[in-house]
Design a protein around this ligand. Structure first.
Ligand SMILES: [Fe+2]
Length: 193
């Protein structure tokens, strides 16, 4: 099994073992890889070296993500003017599943996303509904209409359509798997004006 196929398989196993993920979205995704080239990012070595423990359920996906980090088409949708150089040096994600992902789906989107320690991911929103799953590390999530939440390995957190949200990492990085569903599936998140 190729590197990203192993990530897909581990994500599917986590989905099958996590009722909150199943309730959010059924698993509908091709197992045939798209012709999507790898694309590195500055924090690639941090993902490869991610050594914080997951849970029994999340550790296989952490291990697969680390092993296949070189094959991901890593994306940074924000500019240096929006988030600063330090942020860009310490964050990135790739679309494992979705309209533009390594594995095609028009019903769901699944991102592998990493943020290093000491970052503030500023307020943003998007049309699609979202479920963050913390694989390893932790972060504090802020959202309009809700008390702050510290998300730790194995926990999931929901954002509704256009619900403004932000995230803070303190002394630990966070490695996440993020699901999107609903209208706006193919859009990008937008920073608040
Ligand atoms: Fe989001």
């Amino acid at each position: 099994m190729s590197g990203l196929a192993r990530v897909l398989s581990a994500a599917r196993t986590l989905h099958a073992a996590t009722p909150g993920m199943q309730a959010f979205s059924p698993w509908k995704c091709s197992t045939t890889p798209e012709d999507r080239p790898s694309q590195p990012m500055p924090a690639l070595d941090r993902v490869k070296g991610f050594n914080l423990p997951g849970t029994v359920a999340t550790q296989p996906l952490i291990d697969a993500i680390r092993a296949a980090a070189d094959f991901g088409h890593w994306i940074q949708t924000y500019t240096e003017a929006e988030v600063g150089r330090n942020f860009l040096d310490n964050y990135g994600y790739y679309e494992l599943i979705g309209p533009g992902g390594h594995f095609r789906s028009d019903q769901m989107r699944g991102y592998v996303a990493y943020w290093g320690p000491g970052l503030f991911y500023d307020w943003h929103n998007h049309a699609a509904e979202e479920l963050y799953v913390c694989l390893g590390g932790q972060a504090r999530f802020l959202a309009e209409g809700r008390a702050d939440v510290i998300l730790t390995p194995g926990e999931a957190l929901y954002h509704s359509a256009y619900q403004p949200h932000a995230m803070v990492t303190e002394d630990q990085p966070i490695l996440t798997f993020v699901l999107w569903r609903g209208p706006g599936l193919a859009d990008l998140p937008r920073m608040q004006a």
